[in-house]
Design a protein around this ligand. Structure first.
Ligand code: SDX
Length: 431
């Protein structure tokens, strides 16, 4: 990475500081400022990390201008069409596509960890029935460290492996239990004769009175949604997991922190907010008014599902998601879904508007996912839990990469202090 012939020179107060430049496999060069404070007694300032690389990673690369997303070098559109979620999990976790034997072993290990400790069922009953499923997932996943003590020692490679498999395997079960609990239906146990996506659909939609046989097209669409949400460089929730993990906290607590961060409407909560926005717009003739509001600096309204910190072109995941939306709605015979009609017309009008074109605001992964999930029968409150369970493999893979890096140190950013200078205490009677 370091290229001895490439350095950056910083001049401060007449003094020059040579900073090494690190060259990546793909993407912009990186100026290494690790020694800057010690040498020049200055900090750099970048509150939203728009120009800051927080780590080096081999897992995922995004080219925002090209609209490209690579997982261990493989383009997302190829993985979405040719692979499946558990194979992508293996790729993200271990770095290479598995052999048939490796894939069979990995799938078997995940399948045989899908049940949760029976005591966890009682944990759910402490929540109100109207609790948001994300609130339940943050609590239950954080509590996993109380149930799975034998896989919390992050210095033990075997325990790291077991915790990774447990989280990948149990997240669908926990998400489905959160859904069942909020609708007052009994929990449905996972089954080992179903694939990952079919198992999740059955745990959500089967009832004791009537079993549920997943439609293969819906299972495929569900699996593709998992794949499209699997990992995405150092987004807010992944950065949260890395920062929490840097203190040595156990993996379950760190993933719970990631879930909490993902919940925000500017991040993973956008899929729920986007569908609610499409419903609020209601009909195609209301679109111009909402586009006007999104452009009005005095109006806090933003087009949910539009824009991205990195993509300044189409989000490649949105393209695949749009194809899936057409397939699923066609299968379910709801081509004239009013929400989908509003979404397609909104996308068309926004992409013809200079404001969105000039600011490079394109539909992102959250724009179409909600339409598919709603068509499959999920309430909007389940959209972000599905994003969270899909992203667990990304969080775990990035966590593993960081923990296994010998150079890892606790994350501890500095600040630009703008508060009061030192001053003496004044007794209350003298104020
Ligand atoms: C995800 O990081 C990841 O990789 C995230 C994610 C992942 O897989 O982990 O891809 C998942 O979180 C996708 C994003 C989902 N969020 C939304 O759809 C919410 C709506 N989008 C915006 O909140 C916004 O676009 C962000 C948060 C996604 C990105 O914000 P940035 O990069 O900080 O950009 P910005 O807020 O500085 O906006 C730049 C300009 C501003 O106008 P100016 O101040 O320059 O005049 O664009 C405007 C913004 O007002 N703008 C929008 C807009 N998004 C940005 N205007 C209207 N509607 C929008 N959606």
């Amino acid at each position: 990475m370091a290229d001895a012939n490439k350095t950056a020179t910083l001049t401060i107060g007449g003094a020059n500081y040579e900073l090494p430049i690190l060259s990546p496999t793909e993407g912009p060069d990186v100026i290494d400022i690790r020694k800057l404070y010690a040498q020049a007694d200055v900090f750099t300032y970048d509150p939203g990390f728009t120009s800051t690389a927080s780590c080096d990673s081999e897992i995922t690369f995004i080219d925002g201008d090209k609209g490209e997303l690579l997982h261990r070098g493989y383009p997302i559109d190829q993985l979405a069409s040719k692979s499946h979620y558990l194979e992508v999990c293996y790729l993200l976790l271990y770095g290479e596509l598995p052999s048939p034997a490796q894939l069979e072993d990995f799938e078997s290990r995940v399948t045989n960890h899908t049940m949760v400790h029976e005591q966890m069922h009682r944990f759910f009953t402490g929540f109100r029935r109207d609790a948001h499923p994300m609130a339940i997932m943050v609590g239950v996943v954080g509590a996993m460290s109380a149930f799975y003590h034998d896989s919390t020692d992050i210095s033990d490679p075997w325990q790291r492996e077991v915790a990774s498999i447990r989280l990948i395997a149990k997240m669908p079960t926990i998400a489905a239990m959160a859904y069942k609990y909020t609708i007052g239906q009994p929990f449905v146990y996972p089954r080992n004769d179903l694939d990952y996506a079919s198992n999740f659909l059955r745990m959500c939609f089967a009832v004791p009175a009537e079993d549920y046989t997943p439609n293969p097209v819906l299972s495929r669409a569900m699996d593709r949604i998992f794949t499209l949400h699997a990992d995405h460089e150092q987004n807010a929730s992944t950065s949260t997991v890395r920062l929490a993990s840097s203190s040595g906290a156990n993996p379950f607590a760190c993933i719970a922190a990631g879930i909490a961060c993902l919940w925000g409407p500017a991040h993973g909560g956008a899929n729920q907010a986007c569908l609610e926005m499409l419903r609020e717009i209601g009909t195609v003739d209301q679109i111009p008014e909402y586009i006007r509001r999104a452009k009005d600096k005095n109006d806090p309204f933003r087009l949910m599902g539009f824009g991205h910190r990195v993509y300044k072109n189409f989000d490649p995941r949105a393209k695949v998601m749009k194809e899936s939306a057409d397939e699923v709605l066609d299968l379910l015979g709801i081509e004239d879904n009013p929400t989908l009609q509003v979404a397609k017309e909104l996308e068309k009008q926004a992409l013809q508007d200079d404001y969105f074109v000039d600011k490079k605001l394109f539909p992102n992964v959250d724009f179409y996912s909600g339409i598919i999930l709603e068509a499959m029968g999920f309430p909007t409150a389940m959209f972000t839990p599905i994003f969270a369970m899909s992203r667990t493999i990304g969080w775990i893979s990035q966590w593993k990469e960081m923990i296994e890096d010998p150079a890892m140190k606790i994350g501890r950013p500095r600040q630009l202090y703008t508060g009061a200078g030192a001053r003496d205490y004044v007794d209350v009677e003298n104020r």
